[in-house]
Each structure stands twice: as C-alpha cells, then as structure tokens.
Design a protein around this ligand. Structure first.
Ligand SMILES: Cc1cc2nc3c(=O)[nH]c(=O)nc-3n(C[C@H](O)[C@H](O)[C@H](O)COP(=O)(O)OP(=O)(O)OC[C@H]3O[C@@H](n4cnc5c(N)ncnc54)[C@H](O)[C@@H]3O)c2cc1C
Length: 1024
C-alpha cells in the first residue's frame, strides 16, 4: 500500500496560526482552576525538595548561561573530555577558569552545594568567597599543580556528564534502569550524526546490539508498558539531507526497516527522534516507507517524535493519524517542544527564508504543544500519546485534558525532572512515565550534554525558572495565551524576519530552503523551464550589440554548446572606453538617489530572473544548484548594499570649523572604471564590481572572464533594464588582449580586478607605465588559505567545515581551503573522518540538486590539477575516484587529500578540489604560524579551537583579511563579512564592506566664507 506524501506549508504565518491556537486554548474556568492547583503543587514540590532541584540543577542555576562562568563551563564541558594531550587540556582549563569569576561571595550557599555536586575539588577546596577572578587560576595551580587540576576538572566533567547519561554501555544502563521499576525506559545511543559510511555502520551495530540487549530484559508486560529504543536517522546515513533524497530513501529505508523488524521481534517501542526542520519531510518519507512494509503488520510499538515548536506539527499529527488508519495499526507519538530552536532560527536567517519554520516566542510553542496534545488525545487509540516535558504547567494541563492519567504516558530525560515526576506519580494514580535514557561513553555525550546545559540554563526554559526562587509561582503558572494576548503579538519583536535582518538600510536577499520540497521543486522547475538554449552574447556599447568574430561557449558539464559570444578586438575595447567617457558626465550628475534606486530595481529583477540565471550559472559555469542560489543572492545583496552605502556616502558631510565659514566634504565619481572579473563568481563578483563603480557615479566598462561571457551579458542587460543608462555601462567580452587594451587606455580612471596575482601585477604595471593621473587599482587575488585545528575542536564540526571549504564549488573559490593544519594528537582520526565524508560526496551534473561537486571550469584547469595530483602520487591520502569512476562526461577532477610534511611546502594556490594536510605539535604552534605567514598571502583563515587565547594568538599573528573561527571559511556575506585579503592576496578595500565605495570616488571639500559679504550674520543673530 502506498502512503500519501506529507505536505504542509514549511513556515506559515505566526499570526494566522496564533489566531487558531488562541481560540483552541479556551477552557472552562473550572478546568483552569484545577490545572492551577495541580501545577502549583508540583512546582512547590520541586522547590521544597531538599537541596532545591538537586545538586546539579542548583549548580547549573548558579552558573547559568547568562553568566560568563556558565558559558565557560559549557565550553569546558563540551570539549575537555575529547582532548587527548595534557598541554592542550591545561590550556583549555586555564582559558575557561580565567574567563569566569567563580568566587561570588553572595552565592556561597549555593556555591558550596554546587561545588560539591560538581566535585570540582579545585573549586571546593581552593576557591573561597572573596577571591578575585584574576588570581583564581594562579592560586589553584599554585596549590594543586596543573596535573591535579586537570584530573579534577576531567573528573568533574565526567560527573556532570554522567548526571545526564544512564550508562556508558547498554548493559550498564539496563542494570541501572532495573532498579527503577516505576519508570518505563527508552534507551538512546549517544553520538553525533554520521559523517562517514563507517560511522553509520557503527551506529547501526550499536542500535542493533542495544535492541537485542533491551529485548532480552524486556519482561512480560505488554506494550505500551514495554521498554524501547530511540533512534536518530542522522546517525544511520552519512548524507541524511533533503537534496540527497533519492539516495537516502534507497539506502536508509532498509536499515531502519531492519532495526524496526528487530524491535518488533521483542515487541519494543521503537521511536524515531525528531531532528532539524529541514529533515522533517525526508524523515516522514522514510517512516511512511518503513511502515508500509508488510513485515511490520500488527506491531504497535513503532513511534516517532513530533516537535510542537514547528509550525507543521499539527499537519504531521494528522498525517500520522491517516497513516495509522491506513495500516490499521497503532503508532506511538512522542510530543516534544523541540531541542534545536536556536539552530533553526540561525539557519532560516542564513538561508534568507521567507519565514521561520518554528515559532519565535516561547508561549507560542507552549500553545502549539497544547493544541497538539489535544489532537493526539483525540486520535486515540490510533495514536498512543507520549508527552515529553519537564514543565509542571504542561504536565498539569495534559492531565486535565486527558481527564486523568490513563491512555497515554509522560516522558522525561534521565537526569532531569526527577522530582516533578516523583511528585506526579504519587499524585495521579495510573499515570505512567518513561525515561529517555542516553547511553554512551563520555566522549560521545558531549554534544548531548551541551543541549541539556542549554536547556537547563536558558532563561526561557521552565527548568531554569523553576530553579530560581526569585521567580514567583504565579509567573510560572501564567498561561501561554495570557503571555501572547492576541495574534498580532505572536512573533518575537527582537527576532526580525530573515528578509529584514539588515533593515533599515536594506532588504536581505531571498533564499531557498532545500528541505522544503515545494520550494525545491518550484526552483528546479523554474531552472529547467529557463534552461538556456543558444544564448548569444557580444560587446555592448551604448546598449548596441557589436559585431565581430564569434566563438561557441561550451559547457564544462558535458562539453556541449551553451551559446556563442562575439569577442571584442582592441578597436572595440577602445570604442567602449570612448563611449564610457562620453557617458560619464550625465551619470555622475544623476542624483545619488536615482542611481541607488536603479540598483535596487536591478536587485529585484535579479530575484525575479532567478531561474534563468541559475540555469546559466549551472550550464556555463558548472555551478551546483546550491552554489547558484547563493551566487544570485550575493549579487542581489551587492546591488542593495552599494545602493544603501552610496546614499550615505554621497550625502555632503559637514566638517567642523570656525564660525563664519561652511565646510562640506563631497564625494564624486572618478570617471571611467574598468571592471575585470573572474569566472568563478561570474555573476556575483561581476556585478559586485560593476554596481560599486556605478553607485559611486562612475561610467563602467566591464570585461567578464572569457569562460563566462553569457551570464555577464545577461547581467548587463538587466542593469540597463533597471534604469542604468546604456551610456554609463558598457560590456567588452573578450580575452586578456581586450583587457590589456582597456587598462592601457588613457581614459581609465580606475580598475577593479579580481583574478590571479600574476595578472594583477600586469595591470598594476600597465597603469604605472601611463602618463597622466595615477589611478587606483582595487585588486582581489588569490590565497593559500589555511585552517588550523587543535585538539579541542569537535571532529564532526571540523569535518563538515573542511569538506565544504575545500571541495564545495570544486574548490574553485578564492576563499577555499587549501591547507589544513591539524594538531598531531588528533590528526589521524580527524583526517580519516574528513576523507570518509569526502567519499560520500556526489560528483556529476550540477543541475541535479543531489550533486555536491560539479566540474572544473575548463580543460586547462583540469590538466593543471590532474598534473598536480599526479606529481604528488606518493603523498595522496584520499582520492574520490579510487574505488569508482569519475562521471563519464565533463571536466571532473576528483576531490583529493594530499599530505605534506610542513606548511611551508605549499607555496602556490591550487585552484581546485585539492586539500593539503599537515600536522603540528602542540608545543610548536608558533613555528606553524610563521610558516603559514611565510607564504605571503593573506586571504581567508580558519581556526577550530575552543581555547579563546589560542584563537587570539593566531589572529594576532596572522593578519588575514577574513578569519573564521569554528565554522567553514567560504561564503562571505555582503555587508556582514566584507571580503578581501592583503599581502599577495589583494590591495583592499574589502568588497561588500564600508570602505569599498570610497575607493571608487574622489573627495572634494567645499569651503565657503559665509562672512565674505562683510559680516557673520549667523553669529550676530545668536540669542543672548
Ligand atoms: C523524553 C524526551 C524526549 C525528547 N526527544 C526529543 C526529540 O526527539 N527531538 C527534539 O527536538 N527534542 C526532544 N526532546 C527535547 C525537548 O524538545 C526539550 O526537552 C523540551 O523542549 C523541553 O520542553 P519542556 O516542556 O520541558 O520545557 P519548557 O521550558 O516549557 O519549553 C522549552 C521549549 O521552548 C522552546 N523555546 C524557547 N524559546 C523559544 C522561543 N523564543 N520561541 C519558540 N520556542 C521557544 C524551546 O526550544 C523548547 O522547545 C525530548 C525531551 C524529552 C523529555
């Protein structure tokens, strides 16, 4: 039997949803009174429990995330246990302890409780109330010595971790669970999502082994009173992502099915955890397929988690109800509020989505939880509701709506909510509670631990306010509908919509969520519909197409023709310069507001033509769908950013001075700017240069790279359509000869260039050789970009960031990672994981959404890269095509990892999917930094470390233009990460930054003696 595909708007309007939720939230006064009474009893039980919430909660409250100690503690807890070497561990401890004031005199009561709970021997014994933060580390170390501090701190972190973990092995966990018969259990095998096939296989085995062990001890009670297992789909596949939909469905479904069958054989509760919103549709597709398998018929233990903070939660529950009826089966549904809220908000902002998939006010999540709870209760017995919460008000509301404790269960996390549920089970006969019990070694618990610390420490969380005696019980019992009031207040006033992120100065560019099937399909259809056929490009002078010799433009994807281009000769280039010179006067005299508005119209037109532009980027430039969307967005952002910058720069600035005189600083266009751009960002860099020059009132002659003239032609036509006069913007398609003619022309008032250092130097010399005014050259050249990783970094995070920085766009970004420098203590594991993840990349037609890496730009590039790889044959650590062939057509170079002995062994930029790796010793970081600095470039730099002082040291030593800490090093955002380097990497100022436009303008100060007519009227008329 086939299942209807789940469908729901990805991010509905909060106001509309709030209207519905507020109406549904109404209850009789009687019921509210009963909820109040029960919730109050529960909160009071929590507060009166001896030792407050228990040692750890008190501790977490004392050092909550709103304090710097809390943050320091969180980072320490997240990283310390995975650091293998003493030197780095000590540096981390010192760094974090120095970050906080651990000696709050006014907290001494809680402090002692917490200190003993944390068993941070060092805190209990050494830090006394009254000590100053400055001398803390020194005094601890002096009294105990660093090795003791290290051991004590590690021990403390283990204890903190073990509070939230039931056992390091499933056997240990089962035995601990056995002593709490009043609870049901669901075991969870800890770990980060799989990055490699080996990871996925390891997690699969761990789940299978755990199911067998749980099954063996499951006892005789029938479902739902049987134990279970919770499974994360991201652990079972290395590319669990929407764009790899087909592959994931094919490979992951049988794995999940196999585990589910095994769980069925013991009649266990098998629950699929809920993860990020962009994976929801994918997870439901898999679940639908698994459930449809006849081998699961009759089993009532299959379940999944639904997140109430997601706007689609009610639609998911409706879909599940349908599914359960269709298969004539009961499903178990765990209702949670959701654990990734901050990640969701950030992702939606980064991707420029129209709206958030989650609510932005906490009471909206609570209201949604209430509505989903009613929906689940009403869907019984098809669905078996499992309410996972630590919130006493939520618990009391569930009992009220359910009319008692039967027909559903509560769930809590191990290490949390103990007092609440002890009190509840005593209060409500028949109530059932299941404990979600993480199992795993200390190293594996870190990410989970951080999520729990965040949950316990966040101001918005129930656990945090329940632990805070300063918050009155009445405030805790205030209903979510009372917090919201009316639908107009459904959104958080301080969390702007992604498109309003840069208001008031400009609108953010619109992006696409690939996890939203409808959006991805619309995009793919738009691109397919506008797939270019025989595009014609030619030089454009005063808007007129120029004649000349034409040549075909071939796609790097399959070597077929995309169109033709007429190449400009020297005469055409000169004619363009003359036309631009003639057009300059009118454009520079155009009020800045009009110039800015033309650019803003261009931004709108770019967004409206997204499909065609992406199609061209993919065919002509070999760009993947993801890269193409980002590139169109960047182009849009440039247009709006420079429009906004021009408005403020070209406003006369009044300078201070003596009375009787006015002084105003003005900016003006310089004249004719020549803009020479590269093929790797044929739309974004092309338009970035051109729009900056135009915004500053210059006439422009633009010369795109010879590999990508078609998209440049489209872009120029689009600017003309937006209102940039044809006399102000001219296009010269052609090769280096045409570029040489442009830069050598006497009319050049400035050059913006992005490309190789070598060509940058030639342009510099050409300009210098000319008589006449000395004109500016704004050059962006390449870099040997490095990333430094120490032992505190999280391998999975490093893997994601290295793979995207080195291999995305086939490594053809100026910012791409060329040299990875890993601390030797963790290098083997790190590089193995990176290679394993790179192996999972899919190479192929960039027009296919599932492709991660497209071709390189031309045959010359391909040959150069192949030769580089061949020359280093004995140093290759990974080659994508070792076990399988490259795509049969197109210019594909395999992602490759090459080991070098030292950082200084890489002295040239290898512009492709080739990553070089070196190892460094913890004691020799200075030497590493000197070697990196020695290559003379200074573009992007990455650092992965949890030690702030290490980050500071690296940033101080290496002056790279763009430094990225604990993230990837590509994808600079206009106006947020102004982009550009120094040294051999370019002249600055940075593109998309506040200094850029100034370089395109001249300055003029106008001083007027306002007293020239014989007296100072303004001064004389001042009031007495
Ligand atoms: C047994 C169990 C299993 C779980 N399994 C999963 C799972 O599979 N997937 C998953 O994602 N989570 C899971 N969780 C985690 C769960 O989402 C959190 O523990 C839960 O959100 C805390 O809810 P609460 O009612 O205890 O706390 P409360 O403090 O009442 O609520 C906290 C919730 O509010 C949300 N919130 C905070 N600020 C805002 C805001 N400004 N706007 C909107 N919402 C906001 C938080 O993200 C969080 O979801 C599970 C929890 C339990 C107990």
């Amino acid at each position: 039997m086939s299942v209807r595909q789940f469908q729901a708007p990805y991010a509905g309007a909060d106001e509309v949803i709030a209207g519905r939720l507020l109406t549904a939230a109404r209850r009789p006064e009687e019921a509210e009174r009963r909820i109040d009474a029960r919730a109050r009893r529960l909160v009071e039980a929590i507060r009166s429990h001896s030792g407050g919430l228990g040692g750890i909660e008190d501790f977490l409250h004392a050092y909550s995330l709103s304090t710097k100690e809390g943050l320091a503690l969180m980072v320490l807890a997240e990283a310390l246990l995975r650091v293998p070497d003493a030197m780095t561990a000590d540096a981390l401890i010192e760094d974090k302890l120095a970050a906080g004031d651990w000696s709050h005199a006014d907290r001494s009561g809680t402090f002692l409780v917490s200190a003993s709970a944390w068993t941070l021997g060092i805190t209990a014994r050494v830090i006394q109330p009254g000590e100053t933060p400055e001398n803390i580390v020194e005094s601890i170390v002096k009294r105990l010595g660093l090795p003791t501090v290290r051991i004590a701190t590690r021990q403390a972190m283990r204890l903190l971790g073990s509070h939230f973990v039931l056992g390091q092995t499933i056997e240990e966990a089962l035995s601990r669970a056995g002593s709490h018969r009043e609870f049901r259990y669901s075991f969870d095998m800890l770990g980060e999502g799989a990055r490699t096939a080996d990871d996925a296989a390891r997690y699969f085995d761990a789940y299978a082994k755990a199911i067998a062990a749980i099954g063996a001890k499951a006892g005789n009670a029938p479902l739902p009173a049987r134990p279970g297992i919770s499974v994360k789909l991201s652990a079972l596949h290395p590319r669990y992502e929407a764009v790899s939909h087909e592959r994931v469905l094919k490979e992951l479904t049988p794995r999940v099915l196999e585990l589910a069958r095994q769980a069925k054989s013991f009649d266990l509760n098998f629950t699929v955890d809920a993860e990020e919103a962009d994976r929801l549709e994918l997870s439901l597709d898999i679940i639908g397929k698994v459930l449809a398998d006849p081998s699961l018929a009759g089993w009532e233990g299959f379940g999944l988690a639904v997140q109430a903070y997601q706007k689609r939660a009610p639609a998911v529950i409706s879909w599940l109800t349908e599914l359960a009826s269709a298969f004539d089966r009961r499903l178990m549904v765990r209702l949670v509020k959701g654990a990734y809220w901050d990640t969701e908000v950030k992702r939606a902002q980064e991707r420029g989505l129209a709206d958030y998939p989650v609510f932005t006010r906490k009471p909206m999540t609570d209201l949604s939880y209430m509505a989903c709870m009613k929906q689940l209760l009403a869907a019984r017995p098809r669905l078996y509701p499992q309410f996972a919460t630590h919130n006493a008000l939520t618990v009391a509301s569930v009992i009220e709506e359910a009319g008692g404790g039967e027909g559903y269960e509560f769930q809590r996390l191990h290490g949390m909510g103990e007092v609440l549920y002890d009190a509840l089970l005593a209060d409500v006969p028949g109530a059932a509670c299941r404990v979600y019990a993480p199992v795993g070694s200390h190293r594996e618990l870190l990410a989970y631990l951080v999520r729990r610390l965040l949950e316990n420490g966040a101001n918005s969380s129930f656990v945090a306010v329940a632990a805070d005696p300063k918050v009155p019980v009445e405030a805790i019992l205030k209903r979510p509908q009372a917090w919201i009031g009316d639908a107009a207040h459904a959104r958080h006033p301080q969390i702007p919509l992604p498109r309003d992120l840069y208001r008031p100065s400009r609108q953010n560019s619109a992006g696409v969520e690939f996890g939203d099937r409808a959006a991805l399909e619309a995009l793919a259809t738009g691109v397919k519909r506008s797939m270019p056929k025989d595009v014609q490009a030619a030089p454009l002078i005063d808007g007129k197409v120029q004649k000349g010799t034409s040549r075909p433009v071939l796609s790097p994807v399959d070597d077929t023709s995309v169109g033709t281009v007429v190449e400009a000769d020297v005469a055409t280039a000169t004619a363009a310069m003359m036309a631009a010179q003639a057009g300059f006067a009118a454009w520079t005299a155009t009020p800045v507001e009009q110039r800015a508005m033309a650019l803003e119209r261009a931004a709108d037109l770019l967004e409206a033509s997204q499909g065609r532009l992406i199609a061209l980027l993919s065919r002509e430039g070999g760009k993947t769908l993801d890269d193409s969307v980002s590139e169109v967005r960047e182009a849009v952002d440039y247009c709006r950013y420079y429009a906004a910058e021009a408005r403020s720069l070209f406003r006369p600035e009044v300078m201070p001075g003596p009375t009787g005189e006015s002084n105003e600083l003005h900016h003006r266009g310089r004249g004719v700017f020549v803009c020479i751009s590269p093929w790797n960002f044929p739309l974004a860099i092309f338009l970035g240069q051109v729009t900056a020059a135009l915004a500053a009132g210059n006439a422009v002659v633009a010369k795109p790279a010879e590999q990508t003239p078609l998209i440049a032609f489209e872009a120029v036509k689009l600017l003309h359509q937006a209102g940039v006069p044809t006399t102000a913007l001219h296009l010269v398609t052609g090769d280096g000869k045409a570029g040489g003619a442009l830069t050598a022309d006497a009319r050049v008032a400035g050059v913006a260039f992005t490309g190789s250092t070598e060509v940058g130097r030639i342009i510099n010399r050409t300009l210098a050789a000319k008589d006449g005014p000395i004109v500016p050259l704004i050059a962006e050249t390449g870099g040997i970009n490095a990333m430094i990783v120490d032992a505190t970094a999280l391998p999975e995070q490093v893997t994601d960031d290295v793979v995207s920085s080195a291999f995305r766009s086939a490594g053809q970004r100026c910012s791409a990672l060329r040299l990875l420098c890993v601390q030797e203590d963790v290098a083997d594991r790190m590089v193995e994981m990176i290679a394993g993840a790179a192996k999972e990349l899919s190479l192929g037609d960039p027009g296919d959404p599932s492709t991660h890496v497209g071709p390189v730009i031309d045959a010359e590039s391909e040959t150069r890269l192949d030769k580089w790889i061949a020359d280093k044959a004995n140093r290759i650590r990974f080659r994508w095509d070792k076990d399988r062939p490259l795509p049969p057509r197109g210019l594909f170079v395999p992602p490759t990892i090459i080991a070098l002995d030292r950082a200084r062994d890489l002295q040239e930029e290898v512009f492709g999917p080739v990553l070089h790796v070196v190892r460094w010793r913890a004691a020799e970081i200075e030497k590493l930094l000197d070697e990196i600095a020695g290559n003379g470039t200074g573009l992007t730099l990455g650092v992965h470390s949890r030690i702030d002082t290490t980050v500071e040291k690296i940033v101080a030593r290496l002056g790279n233009g763009n430094v990225y800490v604990n993230r990837n090093i590509i994808g600079a955002v206009v106006g947020t990460q102004p982009f550009g380097g120094n040294g051999l990497s370019g002249t600055g100022p940075k593109a998309g930054g506040p200094s850029y436009l100034r370089r395109f303008a001249t300055e003029q100060v106008v001083t007027i003696n306002t007293a020239a007519a014989g007296g100072n009227a303004t001064l004389l008329s001042e009031d007495v």
